[in-house]
Design a protein around this ligand. Structure first.
Ligand code: HPA
Length: 267
């Protein structure tokens, strides 16, 4: 099944990049900055899931960003849409088989750390996913990796150091922190946010962790960047809405794009 997908993609693209970027909420317009594009719609790719969320496109874009060859996934799959975790992470397996070495994961999340503000960027240093089953449950895919994998360095420490000055210069500040994964689609309750804070979370979102786990299982290096689109439930007594999340994500788009454009030249 994987091989059929890989063969199809290779029949469309000759230059396979070493860097793949998953474009999270609000970063979709980074695709406009990619040059020399080859666009493949998910619906045309054998065995590929199809995106169902309004506003999430479904295409793989191969091309160059700042003269660096990259592959962007415009539109990701979420567990809350009804996909199982194997589907959510299917593209990551394909990236590995294509020859990608580094995965840049981007997302929107709620801020739990009280030092954060709406619109800030946070480098993901580590992750929490107590409340979800592991994407690796079931027979091990030994062609990709071992049964039991070390999770001490999910997010590559060298790349975190490369990223810090880039974000500081572009946005005037830079946070690093722990991203907690919740399955959604509800936003969290204030009690859940208080609990997550005690557990050590700085931000909370509904994506990224399954993808990072599969990336690590497959031996891909990971970088994670979060846009804090709102303070999490109960913090400012605000009612959370997808509209507000999208609006903040859009406001952050320009500097978020600049961060990624600079980052790819330094990997
Ligand atoms: N919680 C979960 N996911 C999110 C949030 C949030 O507050 N904001 C953006 N994605």
């Amino acid at each position: 099944m994987f091989q059929e997908t890989v063969d199809f993609i290779k029949s469309k693209v000759t230059d396979i990049p070493k860097i793949a970027i998953i474009l999270g909420s609000g970063l979709g317009s980074l695709s406009d900055e990619i040059e020399n594009k080859t666009i493949i719609s998910y619906k045309d790719i054998p065995n590929f899931p199809i995106s169902t969320v309004p506003g999430h496109k479904g295409e793989l874009i191969f091309g160059t960003l700042n003269n660096v060859s990259i592959l962007a996934m415009n539109g990701r799959f979420h567990y809350y849409e009804g996909y199982d975790l194997k589907e959510v992470t299917y593209p990551i397996r394909i990236f590995k088989l294509l020859g990608v070495e580094t995965l840049i994961l981007t997302n929107a999340a709620g801020g739990i750390n009280l030092n954060f503000e709406k619109g800030d960027l946070m480098i993901i240093e580590d992750q929490l996913s107590f409340f979800a089953e592991s994407v690796l449950r079931g027979p091990n895919l030994s062609e990709f990796g071992e049964r039991f994998i070390d999770m001490s360095n999910v997010y590559d420490k060298n790349y975190i150091e490369i990223l810090k000055p880039i974000i500081s210069r572009i946005t005037g500040k830079c946070h690093t922190g722990v991203y907690a994964y919740m399955k959604g689609p509800t936003y969290e309750t204030p009690a859940e946010i208080r609990a997550l804070r005690v557990l050590g979370a700085d931000a909370v979102g509904m994506s990224t962790v399954p993808e990072a786990v599969v990336a690590r299982h497959s031996g891909l290096k990971c970088i994670g960047i979060t846009c804090i689109t709102n303070m999490a439930a109960g913090i400012n007594q605000e009612i959370l809405s997808h509209e507000d999340v999208k609006e903040t994500a859009l406001k952050c788009e320009n500097y978020f794009k600049n961060v990624i454009k600079e980052l790819v030249t330094k990997l």
